[in-house]
Design a binder for this molecule. Structure first.
Ligand code: 4NP
Length: 150
């Protein structure tokens, strides 16, 4: 099972989601992350994301930002998108129904469609990063449960 977490820049939300998910799943799962823009390609995650993860004993400092590629639709089984814009962008890159079926909104698993977006903490402060961490942790836990039931 291969899981891809996707946000806009791949420096805040999806690196945190990748880091959190890796702590929850056994090693035979592959967890990676990517962004819909390549503006931050090659950069490590935002310092505030690194610090927030470190506060929870998770090291995301070595991750590097990369954009989503066409290969991701072959390589990954599940592609979780952090917000609706990202979801629509990723869906627009799919070529067939099989690929389309792999893509979902990350928070959909919590069953609350009105709040199905992970807010972008990029323009916020450390408190925003911490609340995003908590939301991602909740989502990852629910995804883990869902995967174990499939
Ligand atoms: P992310 O946050 O999508 O959670 O990585 C952002 C990172 C960078 C930008 C926006 C959001 N940006 O505009 O550069």
């Amino acid at each position: 099972m291969k899981i891809l977490m996707v946000c806009l820049g791949n420096i805040c939300r999806s690196p945190l989601a990748e880091g959190i998910m890796k702590t929850k799943l056994p090693d035979h799962y592959t967890v990676d992350s990517a962004g819909t823009i390549s503006m931050h390609e090659g950069e490590h995650p935002d310092k505030r994301a690194v610090k927030t993860a470190a506060n929870h004993h998770i090291d995301i400092s070595k991750q590097r930002s990369r954009p989503v590629t066409r290969k991701d639709f072959e390589n990954f089984d599940k592609i979780y998108c952090m917000d609706i814009d990202v979801f629509e962008d990723v869906v627009s890159k799919t070529k067939n129904e099989e690929e389309r079926q792999k893509v979902s909104l990350f928070l959909e698993v919590l069953g609350d469609h009105k709040n199905a977006e992970v807010p972008d903490p990029y323009w916020g402060d450390m408190k925003d990063f911490e609340s995003v961490f908590q939301l991602l942790d909740k989502g990852c836990e629910a995804i883990k449960k869902q995967l174990s039931e499939e």
